[in-house]
Structures are given as structure tokens and as C-alpha cells.
Write a protein that binds this ligand. Structure first.
Ligand code: ADP
Length: 643
């Protein structure tokens, strides 16, 4: 496909570019000696060489189940063709390496491989939950989290919203704010409206049944061609533990279709002026479809950066602010994601590993400060748009701008999670322990390719298969994949062997930002440590809420109760906080204390124990204290166990 040879688009000047370029032809993989002696293969069960020959063709191809891919199917198919991976559009009886889900982790029941969704992500990025998670971080680190507009959760915080706005107006009569009301779980601008005063909130029945977030409206956005626009950036959460985050070098900019004016009572209703949603603006007569990345109502982010750069803007600083915003937002989400993760994939039980592409919606203020609008768990991966050919007649036509950005994001996500690459890396590690005959089988054992092993004249045999030949073939197939990495002795380089799809691809469009910049953000991962305590005391695997006994055990094991804080007070604290959270909570399936309630209780305890310190220091001190008590307890138990 034309995309294959394409270089990534320009732009993203400050994003790290440390990714090594693909190996030039002639470098890289060397052919295995065995293969050279017998290129057609021999022996029982050997597969016929596939089209194209060379080691790439003999490499076991990565299998992908695309049966649940939904609207991302087209972009996924193009990516798989570029990678020459095997697609199973109707699913497969045998397990696949990768499952591509269109909606959530639960689209399919899977017990192995990798899936492109984390359990709980959809719930975590809903407007209310995201606002709560960011609020917790704002309480601890107000300056670090000032990239999210001040928000209140409705209906529960309506009185607080009214009171705070009144107070701020009283203290600064020149303040003429605008607010935006966004229903929870809404998308595509659905149900959103602007207000000038808290009394304008539409207190219909729906606010009770469908909670919402009311947020300060950013009145002075950066304009391009007099239009408001926002940025959709693609972020890959490659792993939760350890945390690994990548950002795509390019994204999309979605434009309003009416020139922007600061909000006034006259223009509050004009959605084409204030809301940048593609799905809304496409219905405006002014929407411009363009095949160019730098014109029209949907452009690449890199084209905006080029334009800003030519105006003398500091785009390097802008990128670094965006990277911080992304890392900090994910740090706010990880504690609860870990709770969901352990409930759905308990440690020690078979389950897939997860990764996920997230869509970050960011608005640039006039002074170039990026503000987070929302995070999408299922960013649209459609690469076509609807066009009205004649009145009432619509047709789906390809959208080159979408294709350029989205196919690269999916393809490079797959390259980063490539299970074959992981195996080759594991192999590289194990090559250190390479020792004559037995090591090969040991290697495969570790990689789960053979089932049981026993030493037989220095070699191992796979018991389930009962044949040495089988394992030898599997090993050959694996070693073929990257013979150079085997640390083999003087294997020759064959041009055939270098014909890997990787070599024809452009450099990765996804750049690692965490743990690359981990050091400067580690101190923010405080709530993660609180969540680790919560998970430890959850007890029964598969739950997300802490029972009263679990909470008491936490207090006792961490030695937090004393003469001035009796166990009876502990119970009262548990009941008070849990009841309040359960009355506003979204998840009523389980009873008990949710993580957010535990965090509130923990902050309460920290304030009680370490009075007069700033909140984040109080919480840090209490976490240190609890971890120390638990480490001592574990140590004692180990010693007793040994005894
Ligand atoms: P949805 O999920 O329905 O798209 P968003 O939170 O993305 O909801 O809001 C829709 C649009 O409203 C955004 O794309 C943006 O143009 C505008 N918007 C949202 N929040 C704000 C805000 N705080 N200030 C200014 N504009 C906003």
C-alpha cells in the first residue's frame, strides 16, 4: 500500500525522536545456519514455505481476531496488511495473539494473548469519574493539575457550585464567567449547553437520572482563521504495571464552522461557534472537506504546529506542556484502573494482558496553554466520512487526513505490542544462559512453547508432544524469526532474510513519554500507593469494594487506631464515608467502600495524624507509615512461617 513507504508527516518538533530508523536492507536478521542448509525445510510436520520466501515469510505470523473491531475495522485491516499479520475477521477457535475490540474489554471472553482495552477504562473516562479523579489530584497538587477547568458534579454539588460562584463574584465583581454543562457519558456534543449563571441550569428530571459536569468555559481559546478548534491526540497506554505511555507524533484538529466570538447572551446557543465536535459541525453548511492536511475543517495537528511555528510560537514548550498534561492525566486514572484490573484479571488466574489507544481532547488557550477537555476510551478510528452527494443522498468517502493519522496509530501500536518481538526479546535475554543442547528447550519452556521437560542425555523432551522433532521445529521457527539475536556463532547474513515487513515501514509514530520522563512525575503517583493499600485489603479477589472487616484489618495492621481513635470510631468513619459514596456512586452492583471513598477516609486519617502539614505531605507521611508497618508485619510473618 502507498502508506507503507510514506514517511511520517512533519511537525511535532519537540517530541523525542530517539526511535531507531528501520534497518536498511542488508542489515539486521541473519539466516540461521540450519535454514541455509535446508531452505525448503524437511522432516515431519514442516510447513511449506510461504509466498515471498525468506525468514519473514517463515516467521510464525501474529494472529489478530478482528471480529469485534466495529468501526475501527477498516483502519485495522490496512494496518494488518502493512504488517503482513494474519487477520481472523470471524474470530478463531484457537486463541489469537491479539484481540481487537471496538467497545470494551468485555466484548469477548478471553483468557490469553493481548486485548486492546483495559477493564474499567470506559467507566474511568466518563465525564464525572474523570472529573473526580482529577479533583483528587487537584486537592493534592493544585498547581500541577491546573490544566483541567474547574468542574462541579451535578446534581450532588449543585449547592456547592452555586455558593462558590456567588463567593467568587462577590470577591471580584468584574468576573463575568460562562459555564458549560456536559451530561455524563455523553459524546459528540450531545446535550451540552452554555450558561452565564448557575440559576440557568436546566433542572429537568434528566439531571437526577443522568448526572452531569458543569465546568468553567474557556472563553479565550487560540483561534486559527478566526475559528475555534480543538486537538485530538492519540495516546497509547501500553502497560499499567509498569506504567508505559506513548504519544502519537500527529493528531487531528477539529474546527468550528462559524467565526468565534466570546460568549455573550446573544451567541450562547450557537453550537457551530462554540463546540468543535466534528459530528456537529459536519451538519453546518460551512464545513469544508479537504484532502489537504492543512486546510478545511479537519486538519492534522502537525499542520497547526507548522503554522504556529511560522508565527514564532514556542511549539517545543507547547509539546512539552502537552506531554505533561497527558502523563498527569493518566497518573490520575491509574489507581482506579488497577482496582478494575485486579478484579477482572486476578493475579495468578489466566487472562490477557491489555493495552489501549486513548483519544485526548485538548483545547489551546490564547496563550498556548493546553487544557484537557476529555479523554475518550474509544476514539473514532473511522477513516471515511459521510458526504451528501445530492439532497438526502449520502455516501461514505475516504478521508485521507483521517487515514494518514489513524492507520499509523493502529499499525504502530501493533508494532509496539508485537508478541513475536517480545519473544525475541525474551530470547535475547535467555541467550545469556545459552548452554549446548538443553538450553533451546529450556528457552521454549520459559516462553511457554513446550509443556514439560526432562533432561535426556543433556536434552529436554516435550512430554505432551512426545517428540523431540516437534520442539526442534518450533525452536527453528522461533530462532528463524531473529537468528541474529540468538547470539549464534557466525551466522551468515542473507538478503532473503532481511525481507521483513518491518523494514518497509516508516519509523514509529508513537513516542514513549513514560517512563522516559518518569523521574519528574514520580512524586505525583501518591494515590497509586494508597490504591495499593486498598487492593491489599480487598481480600477476596474479583471485587472492587472493601468490606468493613477489610477496613478494620487495614487500620489494625497499619497500627492506626489508638486511645484517641478507637475501633468504634473506625467503624463510624467507614459507615459515614461509605454510605455517602454509595448514595452518589455509579456502581451499585457491589456493597462496600469504593476506592474513592477509601481515599477520602485515608486523607481524613492523614489530616488527623499529621496536622498542620500541606495535604500532600500529610498523605505521603501516612503512606510511608503504613507501608513501613506492613513491611514489618510481612517480615514477621515470613520469620514465623520459617519457624
Ligand atoms: P463530548 O464528549 O460530548 O464531545 P466534550 O467535553 O468534548 O464533550 O465537549 C464538546 C465540545 O465542547 C468540545 O469539543 C469543545 O469544543 C467544547 N468544550 C468542552 N468543554 C469546554 C470548556 N471547558 N471550555 C470551552 N469549550 C469547551
Amino acid at each position: 500500500p502507498a502508506q507503507e513507504a510514506e514517511e511520517p508527516p512533519p511537525g511535532s518538533p519537540a517530541l523525542p525522536t530517539e526511535e531507531p530508523p528501520p534497518p536498511p536492507p542488508g542489515e539486521g536478521a541473519a539466516a540461521a545456519p540450519g535454514r541455509q542448509r535446508n531452505p525448503q525445510g524437511s522432516g515431519r510436520g514442516r510447513r511449506a514455505p510461504r509466498e515471498g520466501g525468506g525468514s519473514a515469510a517463515r516467521r510464525p505470523r501474529v494472529t489478530v481476531d478482528s471480529s469485534k473491531a466495529k468501526t475501527s475495522l477498516e483502519a485495522l485491516k490496512i494496518s494488518l496488511r502493512q504488517l503482513r499479520w494474519r487477520e481472523f475477521p470471524l474470530g478463531r477457535r484457537l486463541p489469537c495473539d491479539i484481540y481487537w475490540h471496538g467497545v470494551s474489554f468485555h466484548d469477548n471472553d478471553i483468557f490469553s494473548g493481548q486485548v486492546n482495552k483495559f477493564p474499567g477504562m470506559t467507566e474511568m473516562v466518563r465525564k464525572v469519574t474523570l472529573s473526580r479523579a482529577v479533583r483528587t489530584m487537584q486537592d493534592l497538587f493544585p498547581l500541577e493539575y491546573n490544566f483541567y477547568p474547574r468542574s462541579w458534579i451535578l446534581p450532588e454539588e449543585l449547592p456547592l457550585f452555586v455558593a462558590e460562584v456567588r463567593m467568587m463574584k462577590d470577591s471580584d465583581p468584574s468576573w463575568k464567567p460562562t459555564f458549560i454543562v456536559k451530561p455524563d457519558g455523553g459524546c459528540q456534543g450531545d446535550g451540552i449547553y452554555l450558561i452565564k449563571d448557575p440559576s440557568d441550569i436546566r433542572l429537568t428530571g434528566s439531571i437526577q437520572s443522568r448526572p452531569a459536569v458543569v465546568q468553567e468555559y474557556i472563553c479565550k481559546p487560540l483561534l486559527v482563521d478566526k475559528l475555534k478548534f480543538d486537538i485530538r491526540l492519540y495516546v497509547l497506554l501500553k502497560s499499567l504495571e509498569p506504567l508505559e505511555i506513548y504519544i502519537a507524533k500527529d493528531g487531528l484538529s477539529r474546527f468550528c464552522t462559524e467565526p468565534y466570538q466570546e460568549p455573550s447572551l446573544k451567541n450562547l446557543q450557537q453550537v457551530f461557534m462554540h463546540l468543535t465536535n466534528y459530528s456537529l459541525n459536519i451538519h453546518s453548511g460551512n464545513f469544508i472537506h479537504s484532502d489537504s492536511a492543512s486546510t478545511g475543517s479537519k486538519r492534522t495537528f502537525s499542520s497547526i504546529l507548522c503554522r504556529l511555528s511560522s508565527r514564532g510560537a514556542d511549539v517545543k514548550k507547547l509539546w512539552s506542556d502537552i506531554i505533561s498534561l497527558v502523563i498527569k492525566t493518566i497518573i490520575a486514572l491509574t489507581p482506579e484502573l488497577k482496582v478494575y484490573y485486579q478484579a477482572d484479571i486476578p493475579a495468578g488466574k489466566p487472562g490477557p494482558t491489555c493495552f489501549q489507544i486513548l483519544g485526548f481532547d485538548i483545547l489551546l488557550m490564547k496563550n498556548l496553554k493546553p487544557m484537557l477537555l476529555e479523554v475518550n476510551a474509544n476514539p473514532s478510528m473511522r477513516i471515511e466520512h459521510e458526504q451528501e452527494l445530492s439532497p438526502g443522498v449520502f455516501e461514505n468517502v475516504p478521508s485521507p487526513v483521517d487515514e494518514e493519522v489513524k492507520v499509523a496509530v493502529i499499525r504502530d501500536t501493533l508494532r509496539l505490542v508485537d508478541p513475536q518481538k517480545k519473544k525475541r526479546q525474551a530470547m535475547k535475554l535467555l541467550a545469556v544462559t545459552y548452554c549446548e543442547a538443553g538450553s533451546l528447550c529450556l528457552l521454549m519452556k520459559v516462553m511457554g512453547l513446550i509443556h514439560e521437560r526432562e533432561s535426556m542425555n543433556g536434552c529436554f523432551v516435550c512430554y505432551r508432544c512426545q517428540t523431540l522433532e516437534h520442539t526442534a521445529e518450533a525452536a527453528e521457527e522461533l530462532l528463524d524469526a531473529s537468528p541474529a539475536e540468538r547470539g549464534g556463532n557466525g551466522a551468515a547474513t542473507s538478503p532473503e532474510a532481511t525481507r521483513s515487513p518491518e523494514a518497509a515501514l516508516p519509523s514509529l509514530c508513537l513516542k514513549q513519554v513514560f517512563p522516559k520522563y518518569a523521574k519528574q512525575f514520580t512524586y505525583l503517583r501518591l494515590v497509586d500507593r494508597v490504591a495499593a493499600l486498598f487492593i491489599r485489603f480487598l481480600g477476596v479477589k474479583g471485587t472492587t469494594k472493601l468490606g468493613p472487616t477489610g477496613f478494620r484489618t487495614f487500620i489494625r495492621n497499619c497500627k492506626l487506631s489508638n486511645s484517641s481513635f478507637s475501633m468504634a470510631s473506625v467503624d463510624i468513619l467507614y459507615i459515614d464515608i461509605t454510605r455517602r459514596w454509595n448514595s452518589v456512586g455509579v456502581d451499585h452492583r457491589e456493597s462496600g467502600m469504593c476506592l474513592q471513598a477509601f481515599i477520602e477516609a485515608f486523607f481524613c486519617l492523614a489530616q488527623k495524624k499529621y496536622k498542620s502539614l500541606p495535604l500532600h505531605e500529610q498523605v505521603t507521611s501516612l503512606v510511608d507509615f503504613c507501608e513501613c508497618q506492613l513491611a514489618a508485619l510481612d517480615e514477621k510473618r515470613t520469620v514465623c512461617g520459617r519457624g
